[in-house]
Ligand binder design. Sequence first.
Ligand SMILES: [Fe+2]
Length: 348
Amino acid sequence: MSVSDVQLTQAWQQVLRLSRLQPGQSVTILTGAATHAQTLRAATFAAQAAGAVVSRIDLQPVNADKALSRDALSYLGETPLTGNPPAIAALKASDLVIDLMTLLFSPEQIDILRSGTKILLAVEPPEILVRTVPTEADRRRVLAASEKLKKAKQMRVVSDAGTDIAFDLGDFPTICEYGFVDEPGRWDHWPSGFLFTFANEGGSNGSIVIDTGDILLPQKSYTTAPIRLTVEAGYARKIEGGIDAQLLSEYMATFKDPEAYAISHIGWGLQPRCHWSTLALYDKEQTIGMDARAFEGNFLFSLGPNNEAGGQRTTACHIDIPLRRCTVLLDDVMVVERGKVLDGGVRA
Ligand SMILES: [Fe+2]
């Protein structure tokens, strides 16, 4: 169902209010070939209505010759800012960058954030943005969970499907995504509502079973039969199962990069306005699958890089895999039980 310009503009106004946009501040809207016209219109209107000085920078796509799909998250290579000092300078000089293009994690983005510029990514279709417009309560819930994750020395995840894996923690920060940018230098993504960290290098051991109905991204598919990953010393050493396992293996092998098999971010979903079932309603070209990444009670793990959190590992291959019905324990204390978050829910 489409949403009206008024609804989408009001959603942007809420996000900009939560992001503490002040009259006279500079907002640069980053656009690209896939930017949604209605989202651009509404973001521009809301930022102008807030009294900001609004500019737009439109950048050309990159990586198309190497990526195997149109999904902007499927290939982590160069960004349109690589070798583009004029655009970088303009973004650094902005108070807020609204990223409607998908500027992926990159040295350029880190550099821009260090200058104090905030960056908010928002590329899901308008009706998803309206449904998932963030709240202050979302932020509080994610931050409360992060207090537990920050202190943990081990995360263990088990499931009836056969997952039983332990992750050693402590070497990397906890990262919170709650959908708005309320501090200078903050990056966030609307929609979100989850948190994650990275296991210590080599510190992941056990088995992960991606059960029937769990989701693979960027494949944007529900698995039709279980896939078993055998994880030793931080890397998925075996990928076993039926056709879904073969598709995953073959896709990953095309990158010809052993770092693709490393365990990347690990965390859990806290967003009740995102749903496991939403991905089934969309064509693959229409969404990047944020509902799948954020739905309440998932265990979201990934394969690939850890440079987002300050690690040394970079690879162009990145797979996000949200699992249902897992139990997540931090130092033997349950925080998610069979897919149910044990924090009492969102408190308004
Ligand atoms: Fe990811």
